[in-house]
Ligand binder design. Structure first.
Ligand code: PMP
Length: 404
């Protein structure tokens, strides 16, 4: 007799939402396996390959026998390169004892959440948010407090909104800039306004996810951790996945106050230990090398953003803004809710995405998982040709939707 293993699953795991990005990617793969020409604009990864000199450094590290466990907090070589990087790019002064390297910046975020949040603690999250920020906070028993910004404010929260959301129960504040899913970038002035508001809440820890730091079309990235009034309580997260096209390498890191870094090492030491040794070595080379390959990639992303915006403007009912970073467009598509194809009425962004996957063979992600049910996310980490083809097909499929 087959056993019902689902019945055995823990309440903890059942409370976690399935990742909507990974779900769409799987549906796209299934359709592709059936022979359809599916264009996947659902994933958060550069379509470029890791630069050759970084791959060569990993090969050299393997050949030199850098194949053993590393300290949990990371290879000293990489920790030192990160200290230099924080100083060079971010105007943040950390020592090696403040650095923790992890198996991707997703793990860095999980570390800091499990190290700090007690059940019932409030965590203020700027919305639209990155799916895992919200879900990992929930895993710890923390209470996410969303502060929402719509397309009319370029998806950017104001300092007044932040002030309203903070309370004596707030333990942590979380946001990404450049932002996944909106591509919005906070300027120095905007971050200073947040820092000002936070003066009234000296115990709130700021977690700034800067994984898209380099993919910024304004030419200016400011880290909130560089602002003197909040520098000592800001945890800055970063990693190699996006800026160096190293998603599969699984190397991320944080710079944090010493006690928090130590707590993260304790937690990570029990769940995974140090990240891959040769990956860490190659990552230190990545940080210390010329960033030209990164900036070439950023140039390509900027051109694609402009191309995608021009194509979206041609689609009636899709409302978009002009994001300043990352590689996503986050249009409001609520104008299509209530329209039908055949007997099926589209009521949600996820239903619209499913329709577009099945009818236009383009994979996108509904905004629900990002806290924005009126929107969907289009990743433009794809070739110009695929972007054009995908948007043509989307336009045609959307024109077929009718009020019945
Ligand atoms: N933070 C944000 C905002 C992201 O978009 C992502 C990847 N989608 C991550 C963290 C995770 O990055 P990594 O691959 O380093 O775990």
């Amino acid at each position: 007799m087959a056993r019902d293993f689902e019945k055995l699953l823990s309440g903890f795991v059942n409370r976690i939402e399935e990742s909507s990005t990974l779900r769409m990617a799987q549906m796209a793969r299934n359709l592709k396996a059936k022979g359809y020409d599916v264009i996947n604009l659902s994933l958060g990864e550069p379509d470029f390959d890791t630069p050759q000199h970084i791959k060569d450094a990993a090969t050299a590290a393997l050949n030199a026998g850098i194949t053993k466990y590393t300290p949990v907090a990371g290879l000293l070589e990489l920790n030192q390169a990160i200290v230099e990087k924080f100083k060079r790019d971010n105007n943040i002064e950390w020592a090696t004892e403040n650095i923790v390297v992890s198996n991707g910046s997703k793990q860095s975020f999980a570390n800091v959440c499990f190290a700090l949040i007690n059940p019932g603690d409030e965590v203020v999250i700027f919305s639209p948010y990155w799916v895992s920020h919200y879900e990992i906070v929930k895993m710890t028993g923390g209470v996410p407090v969303e502060v929402k910004a719509g397309i009319d404010q370029n998806y950017k929260i104001t300092a007044q909104q932040l002030e309203k959301a903070l309370s004596p129960r707030t333990k942590m504040l979380v946001f990404s800039s450049p932002c996944n899913p909106t591509g919005s970038v906070f300027s120095k002035e905007e971050l200073e306004a947040f820092a000002e508001v936070l003066q009234k809440y000296p115990d709130v820890i700021i977690v700034s996810d800067e994984i898209y730091e380099y993919i910024n079309f304004t030419g200016n990235h400011t880290s909130i951790g560089s602002l003197p009034s909040v520098a000592d309580r800001t945890v800055t997260l970063n990693g190699f996945a996006k800026g160096f096209a190293m998603t599969g390498w699984r190397i991320g890191y944080m710079g944090a106050p010493k006690e928090i870094a130590k707590a993260c090492v304790k937690f990570q030491g029990q769940v995974t230990s140090g990240a891959s040794s040769f990956g860490q070595y190659a990552s230190s080379v990545a940080l210390r090398s010329d960033l030209k390959p990164t900036f070439d990639m950023v140039k390509a992303f900027k051109k694609r953003r402009d191309l995608l915006i021009s194509l979206v403007k041609d689609i009636k009912g899709m409302k978009c803004n002009k994001p300043e970073g990352a590689f996503y467009l986050f249009p409001d598509i609520s104008a299509f809710f209530g329209k039908s194809y055949g007997k099926t009425k589209i009521k949600t962004a996820e239903e619209l995405c499913e329709y577009l996957l099945n009818h236009a063979h383009v994979a996108l992600v509904g905004g629900e998982g990002f806290g924005a049910p009126n929107c969907l996310r289009i990743s433009y980490a794809a070739s110009d040709q695929d972007i054009r083809k995908a948007m043509n097909r989307i336009k045609e499929a959307l024109e077929e939707l009718k009020y019945t």
